[in-house]
Design a binder for this molecule. Structure first.
Ligand SMILES: Cc1cc2nc3c(=O)[nH]c(=O)nc-3n(C[C@H](O)[C@H](O)[C@H](O)COP(=O)(O)OP(=O)(O)OC[C@H]3O[C@@H](n4cnc5c(N)ncnc54)[C@H](O)[C@@H]3O)c2cc1C
Length: 416
């Protein structure tokens, strides 16, 4: 049965970091916005790192103070070392010439909460909690809105522009019939939240630690004054079995890699305390059509080794809000009018996806020769201030990668 019919300038499907940032930006321009958000399980147990340029975006929205008030952790250093071996490299954001030379690591859901706080006083934005997108409304080729099920009834949401900010499995992208390449990776991650080890609470302060082995990575992220988030890489084929049946094996291995975690790991007794995370890369063939656009992971999900998916979704929101505002005011929401958004953003995220794929290839290798080469590259980067600066700037979202041919030769140690 068809229920109510709503109208707005912009309809956003998905109240993730991208959709909420877009809502905030459009609200500041006076646009009438509706956001649809389906019911969802609690957020996954994984770190939410906001890189320096993401902090700048939050500051622009007036929300950096709110995020800091959530008692997030501040980190400046990224320390890479071999599993049960030597230190490899330390990337320190304090060398960056940036207003925010650090990253913040939030607990799951905290960044979204800060964005929602920002939207609370926006009279032109309405969020429909529990509304699940079901289909596109069209007039000829023009998308004129969407349908969604809310409180068991199908409703119509009419809008001049409909935005798919509904994540990497985007139903809106599917409904638009946009071709899309989805790349699955050979490894998945197990995410856990544990207390900081008693008596050692401060020793994990201000730094992310990566332990690199052959086909094995453990990342330790401080994410609140008393907590750590752990991300452990496992083969994707084995991940479910490890998650459901081999928790004790997992804990033993983590304690071997970082013995200081042993007591903290004791709280993990059930699979529900561990999140199973499968990274994916999304490349939608087009981000804009007549009357609709894709944003964030729906358009271009990226492997999390670069920890920039949330920030890139916020950057999309910044550009799309400018372009969409002009389209709405001129009454022209065609694909051509929306195209500048894709033209500006696509090259940036495609460069980042290339960097992320190089990290996957090099960091995750099981090949002993390649692992030795990786370690050599880390050491060479660590010893060259100009390379360290470039790597820090790419990670921070300030510069776009990948490294140039000459920088690669320097990293390999074959050129001065
Ligand atoms: C292991 C891992 C670690 C990561 N670490 C980081 C990090 O440290 N820093 C970082 O910046 N990024 C990180 N990312 C990436 C980041 O999480 C995403 O890039 C980011 O969340 C994308 O935001 P989004 O708004 O585009 O999509 P999402 O956050 O996926 O939001 C989409 C929203 O749409 C809703 N939705 C979906 N379908 C429907 C529907 N049919 N109807 C209504 N609503 C719907 C969903 O419920 C969700 O709320 C990581 C990712 C992984 C997998």
């Amino acid at each position: 049965m068809l229920g109510r019919r709503y109208a707005s300038d912009i309809l956003i499907v998905g109240a993730g970091v991208g959709g909420l940032s877009l809502g905030l930006r459009l609200a500041s321009k006076g646009c009438r916005v509706r956001i649809l958000q389906q019911r969802e399980p609690p957020p996954a147990k994984r770190p939410e790192m906001v890189q320096p340029h993401g902090l700048r975006a939050l500051a622009e929205l007036g929300l950096l103070g709110r995020l800091k008030a959530e008692r997030v952790a501040r980190v400046e250093r990224f320390c890479f070392s071999q599993i049960q071996g030597d230190p490899l490299c330390r990337v320190d954001y304090r060398i960056l010439d940036h207003h925010h030379p650090y990253a913040l690591i939030a607990l799951p859901g905290q960044t979204r909460r800060a964005l929602l706080e920002g939207l609370r006083d926006s009279p032109t934005v309405q969020i429909h909690w529990g509304a699940r997108f079901t289909g596109i409304l069209r007039r000829g080729r023009q998308v004129i809105g969407a349908t969604a099920v809310e409180n068991g009834r199908e409703q119509e949401f009419h809008a001049l522009i409909t935005v798919g900010a509904d994540g990497s499995h985007s139903r809106l992208r599917e409904a638009l019939g946009l071709p899309c390449r989805i790349r699955r990776y050979p490894n998945a991650f197990l995410g856990m939240l544990v207390d900081r080890p008693a008596g050692l609470a401060r020793s994990f302060d201000h730094q992310v630690s990566y332990y690199m082995g052959r086909g094995e990575i453990l990342g330790i992220f401080p994410c609140a004054p008393a907590m750590l988030c752990l991300l452990y890489m496992v083969p994707a084929d084995d991940a479910r079995d490890m998650h459901e049946r081999r928790l004790e094996v997992l804990k033993t291995r983590l304690a071997e890699i970082e013995p200081r975690l042993k007591d903290s790991l004791a709280v993990l007794t059930a699979p529900e305390q561990v999140s199973l995370l499968f990274p994916a890369q999304v490349r939608a063939a087009k981000w804009v059509v007549d009357g609709a656009a894709l944003l964030g992971d729906a358009a271009h999900a990226c492997h999390p080794h670069v920890a920039q998916g949330g920030f890139q979704a916020m950057e999309d929101a910044k550009i799309l809000s400018e372009v969409a505002d002009v389209c709405v005011r001129r009454g022209n929401c065609s694909a051509r009018a929306l195209a500048p958004y894709e033209e500006i953003r696509r090259p940036v995220v495609e460069r980042l996806q290339r960097v992320a794929n190089e990290y996957v290839w090099l960091w995750e290798t099981r090949n002993p020769m390649l692992a030795r080469l990786r370690d050599r590259i880390f050491r060479n980067v660590g010893e060259r201030p100009e390379l360290l600066y470039r790597v820090a700037a790419i990670e921070a979202g300030i510069a776009s990668g990948p490294l140039t041919f000459r920088e690669r030769l320097q990293a390999l140690g074959v050129c001065a």
